[in-house]
Design a protein around this ligand. Structure first.
Ligand SMILES: [Zn+2]
Length: 253
């Protein structure tokens, strides 16, 4: 049994709000308590009802996921489990009466990011690795890194889930196709960055315009700049580009 409560924290980066998932009915795990808005926490508690919460799980330490965790854990007298807090480890199993959840370390969005596999329902809760209804999610340095992110997408793919529940936006009902789109999007953007650098555009503003163009929502300019830096650092790691006095350039072979 899976129930969802959407937190009242909509924004361009959280879409319609953080999705708090409640897995199980009598013995329950609560995933990503979301904001600490009292009405939201009341709504989660109402859904849990007289169920016993076995754990409050946190996919990563961003405020839109963790802010309500300690208040909720106190209310239910349940432990908060997260990689950052070292109260969770890769492969750890959490009990619910709807089947167990298995922690899957998936760094990339942040270094401490963890997804949860739900084998009984052939499902994965992917946190912020993927954004429902979109083909990309934010990977921004210093905590976000593209190499680990791509490896994490591959790790999710290897589980071959039939549904993926993201922390923002609606579920992915064709996960294989969605993962293809996510990987393709990254490859395309990386190619665009490399092409712009090859064309002699090396400053951040110029690169941002070349890669994201006029389609960019002004509110997303900052996160897009951070994403651009993730591509540059990734390409640097691959030995394809290097920093210069002000900006970046292609590395001649
Ligand atoms: Zn989030």
């Amino acid at each position: 049994m899976l129930r969802t409560v959407v937190a009242p924290n909509p924004s361009p980066l959280t879409l319609d709000g953080t999705r708090t998932y409640i897995v199980g009915r009598d013995r329950v795990a609560v995933l990503d308590p979301g904001s600490d808005d009292p009405d939201h926490l009341d709504a989660v508690a109402a859904v849990v009802g007289d169920g016993v919460v076995t754990s409050v799980l946190v996919t990563h330490q961003h405020p839109d996921h963790v802010a309500g965790a300690s208040a909720l854990a106190e209310r239910f007298d349940a432990p908060v489990r997260s990689l950052r807090g070292k109260t969770l480890r890769d492969g750890q199993r959490m009990e619910t009466d709807a089947g167990e959840l298995v922690a899957v370390a998936t760094p990339g969005h942040t270094t401490d990011h963890v997804a949860f596999h739900w084998p009984a329902e052939d499902a994965v809760f992917c946190g912020d690795l993927m954004m429902g209804g979109h083909d990309t999610a934010l990977v921004a340095p210093p905590e976000g890194r593209l190499g680990p992110y791509l490896a994490s997408l591959a790790r999710i793919r290897a589980l071959a889930p039939s549904v993926i529940y993201p922390a923002h936006g609606p579920p992915f009902l064709n996960p294989g196709q969605a993962l293809d789109r996510y990987v393709r999007h990254r490859a395309l953007r990386q190619e665009q960055v490399l092409r712009a650098l090859t064309d002699g555009i090396g400053d951040y503003e110029g690169l941002l315009d070349a890669v994201y163009g006029g389609e960019l929502d002004p509110e997303l300019r900052r996160p897009a700049m951070a994403a651009l830096k993730a591509y540059l650092e990734h390409l640097q790691g691959l030995g394809k580009v290097r920093r210069k006095a002000r900006g970046w350039e292609v590395r001649e072979r």
